[in-house]
Design a protein around this ligand. Structure first.
Ligand SMILES: Cc1ncc(COP(=O)(O)O)c(C=O)c1O
Length: 386
């Protein structure tokens, strides 16, 4: 076991978890798909949950607004990202994806267009379809340094009925962390075409090589006034199962539309453990997170080296953030899905590229938030599928 404990959990221990990652596929398949980490919890988060258990604290939760969760988020945004947030502009929900659906449903009308940049975390595509909005697909383009926005094509895609831009930054699955210049170019288009931005910034903490995430709403008051930001401690601190997220409204008008669209009860409630754990994560777990990000960055570097050695034909622009590797297997010359091949022949589960947008069927997504030992086992199994 290392000093940090990030490689403390072996496969046998991880299989005792009841999570989807470890139980969706049969036990002979090693999971490296859904975005959760094979790490132990941050000690302050663990303590907060233990305390709740010791007190049998499982009653109805008090209003999230009285727990200090909004202040914890606001303080964190100022301290880490230089973004001044008024706690009064925040609402607490249970899921980021829930926020995505609610924002689309309340801030746009059926039939109006929502821009999604593919490849993209699949619920973005599903949310647009499920809410009967029109999917406006703007593909990212691959340059030598990674996936980038083609601003000319983006502007050409905006039609008179296009109302929303769904931003995912840091980006799942490419791992891109957009630069200030890219965000400013985006802001210019958004202002010129009067779009509402729904910014999913759930991976904000997970950035490498000294990069610092820039919240879209921090670009200025005009930009903030049309931006709804979604965030959560669930990715960075690996508490996705505890169901807790925050929404920031850059203007009272956005908040009013969002809040009045669905009755409170339709949104569902929050559990106390999610609230306690999120506050402990944001307030007390930075030291753990710094170590986790360093471990992930080292895993990213290890993965880049191993892929180049073992799979020279698989193309990857190493992630600038997140813990996801977006692998292009098209030069392997395989028939059918590489994800299926890895699963059937190598007994390793990655995420199906085609679900991230059309034209990405020869891609697969690998989650490298695991111990170095398990990551090596994932690569060994992938090699068996060759
Ligand atoms: C970009 C992005 N948004 C949202 C989520 C899920 O968040 P939640 O479970 O809070 O809906 C994920 C999970 O991987 C994600 O990568």
């Amino acid at each position: 076991m290392s000093e940090t404990g990030f490689d403390a959990l072996d496969i046998e221990t991880l299989r005792k978890r009841k999570s989807e990652k470890w139980h969706h596929y049969p036990a002979d398949i090693l999971p490296a798909w859904v975005a959760e980490m094979d790490f132990p919890l941050a000690p302050p988060v663990q303590r907060a949950l233990e305390e709740a258990l010791e007190n049998s604290d499982a009653g109805y939760p008090i209003s999230p607004n009285k727990t200090g969760i909004r202040e914890a988020f606001a303080d964190r945004m100022t301290k880490r990202f230089g973004w001044t947030v008024d706690p009064g502009d925040l609402t607490v929900l249970s899921e980021v994806v829930q926020g995505l659906y609610l924002a689309l449903g309340s801030l746009t009308e059926p039939g109006e267009g929502a821009i999604v940049q593919t490849p993209i975390y699949p619920p973005f595509l599903q949310a647009v379809k499920d809410t009967d909005r029109q999917l406006v697909e703007n593909r990212l383009v691959r340059k030598s340094g990674g996936w980038e926005i083609d601003f000319e094509r983006l502007e050409a895609a905006i039609a008179p009925n296009t109302r929303a831009f769904l931003l995912c930054n840091p980006h799942n699955p490419s791992g891109r962390v957009l630069t200030r210049q890219e965000l400013e170019n985006l802001a210019e288009l958004v202002l010129a075409h009067d779009l509402v931005v729904v910014a999913d910034e759930i991976h904000a903490d997970l950035t490498f090589d000294g990069r610092v995430h820039i919240p879209f709403a921090s670009l200025g008051s005009e930009v903030a006034a049309r931006t709804v930001t979604l965030n959560s401690a669930s990715k960075s601190f690996n508490i996705a199962g505890l169901r807790c997220s925050v929404v920031h409204f850059g203007s009272p008008a956005l908040r009013q539309r969002f809040d009045s669209h669905y009755p409170q009860h339709v949104r569902g409630g929050l559990g106390l453990p999610g609230l306690y754990a999120t506050i402990a994560a944001w307030r007390d777990s930075q030291a753990w997170l710094d170590q986790a990000v360093a471990y992930l960055e080292a895993n990213r570097n290890f993965l880049a080296g191993e892929l180049a050695k073992r799979f020279p034909k698989i193309r990857w622009e190493p992630a600038e953030g997140t813990y996801l590797a977006w692998l292009d297997c098209s030069e392997m010359g395989w028939q059918g899905s590489p994800t299926q091949r890895f699963r059937e022949r190598g007994k390793v589960a990655l995420s199906e590229g085609g679900k991230f947008g059309s034209g990405f069927e020869q891609f697969t997504r690998l989650n490298f938030a695991t111990s170095r030992e398990i990551l090596t086992a994932v690569l060994d199994r992938m090699e068996k599928a060759l």
